[in-house]
Write a protein that binds this ligand. Structure first.
Ligand code: FES
Ligand SMILES: [Fe+2]
Length: 322
C-alpha cells in the first residue's frame, strides 16, 4: 500500500455520525489505512489510534467509563489526554509515562465527527449554504464504497454519465450531448463553469429544461457543485473518506432553495442518484485512478476530469491513484 500522502494526512476527513459517538460511546473507524477509535465524554469527541499500548487490543471493543476509555483486555484505563491512569492489576502503581495512546485532531461539523492525522491540519472543507436560513439543508451518509476516493470524486465531476446512468432524472438520453464549457485548474483546486445539461425536470415543476452547473474541487477528496434551474438553486458537497486505497466512505451535504419538492423527496432523490452511481464506480478498473493521462481516453466532455487528475498529480496525491 502506498504511504498516505502529506496532503491527505493534513486534510480533515469525516469518519462517523456524531449521533453514533455522542453520549459516551465509542466506535471503530479507519482512515488512510490507520485503525482509529472515536469516542466521546461530556460532549467532547476524541479520535485515537485503536491500539492499546499494553498488548495491542482494540480500544474500540472497550468501554467509556467515568470520562475515560477502558481497554477490553486487562482494563487499562486512559483519560481524555490519552494517558493511562489506572492499571487494574496494580491499582496502587502509577502507570508508566509510555502508557499513552496517540491522539489525533478531532472535531464535529455538519453532524459528523472528523479527524485529521496531522497536528497541523488544513482548513475544513466549507459548505457555505449550511449557514443560509433560506435553504433546506441535509447531511447524508456514510455510504461505504469499494472504490478509491479519487474515483468517487471524479464520478461526481463527470458530466457525460448523467444522461446514461441517471437517464430520466439528471439527463435526457436524446439530449446527451455535452456542449463546450470552461475549466480552470488553479493552485487551490479545479473550477468548471458554464455547463449546461438538459434534464427532464430540474426544478420540480414537471417541465424539461436546461440546468446550469458550476463545479469546484475544493480538496483532493472534496468537491462542490451548484446547479441552477429556473428559480431553484441546488448545491452539494461530496467528501470521500479514504478508508484504504480502494475503499471509501462517501458523505454528502446538500441544500435546495426554491424547491417545489418536499424534504423527503429531496433526500430520496439524492440517495437514488447516489445508489445508481455506486455499482458503476465500484466496477471501474484500475481501482486506483490513473494520473497518467495516456492510461485512459479523454474527450472534450472529460476536461474537468483531466484537470482533476493533473491537480492531484501536482499535489503529489499517490494514495488511491496509480
Ligand atoms: S491489552 Fe489493553 S489492557 Fe492489556
Ligand atoms: Fe452520477
Amino acid at each position: 500500500m502506498a504511504n498516505p500522502d502529506p496532503v491527505l494526512v493534513h486534510d480533515w476527513h469525516p469518519l462517523a455520525k456524531a449521533e453514533d459517538v455522542a453520549g459516551g460511546r465509542q466506535v471503530a473507524a479507519r482512515l488512510l489505512g490507520e485503525d482509529l477509535v472515536l469516542w466521546s465524554t461530556g460532549g467532547r469527541f476524541h479520535a485515537w489510534r485503536d491500539l492499546c499500548v499494553h498488548r495491542g487490543a482494540k480500544l474500540s471493543l472497550g468501554k467509556v467509563k467515568d470520562g475515560c476509555l477502558q481497554c477490553p483486555y486487562h482494563g487499562w484505563t486512559y483519560d481524555e489526554s490519552g494517558m493511562c491512569v489506572l492499571i487494574p492489576a496494580h491499582p496502587g502503581q502509577k502507570p508508566p509515562p509510555r502508557a499513552r495512546i496517540t491522539a489525533f485532531q478531532c472535531r464535529e461539523a455538519y453532524g459528523w465527527i472528523w479527524a485529521c492525522l496531522s497536528e497541523t491540519p488544513n482548513e475544513l472543507p466549507v459548505f457555505p449554504e449550511w449557514e443560509a436560513d433560506d435553504a433546506s439543508k441535509f447531511a447524508m451518509g456514510p455510504y461505504e464504497m469499494d472504490a478509491s476516493g479519487p474515483r468517487i470524486i471524479e464520478n461526481f465531476l463527470d458530466l457525460a454519465h448523467l444522461p446514461v446512468v441517471h437517464e430520466g432524472i439528471l439527463g435526457i438520453e436524446s439530449r446527451a450531448e455535452i456542449a463546450r464549457y470552461s475549466v480552470e485548474k488553479r493552485a487551490d483546486g479545479v473550477y468548471a463553469t458554464d455547463i449546461v445539461v438538459w434534464q427532464p425536470d430540474p426544478d420540480g415543476s414537471g417541465m424539461p429544461a436546461a440546468a446550469h452547473y458550476t463545479y469546484r474541487v475544493i480538496r483532493p477528496l472534496a468537491a462542490y457543485l451548484s446547479k441552477q434551474a429556473g428559480t431553484s438553486v441546488f448545491t452539494m458537497m461530496i467528501l470521500a473518506t479514504p478508508i484504504d486505497e480502494a475503499r471509501s466512505k462517501a458523505w454528502i451535504v446538500f441544500s435546495m432553495k426554491g424547491a417545489k419538492a418536499t424534504s423527503q423527496q429531496l433526500i430520496d432523490w439524492t440517495e437514488r442518484v447516489f445508489l445508481q452511481d455506486k455499482p458503476v464506480v465500484q466496477s471501474q478498473r484500475p481501482e486506483l485512478l490513473p494520473l497518467d493521462l495516456q492510461a485512459e481516453l479523454h474527450l472534450n466532455c472529460d476536461r474537468t476530469s483531466i484537470a482533476y487528475r493533473q491537480w492531484l498529480n501536482e499535489l503529489g496525491v499517490g494514495f488511491g491513484t496509480s
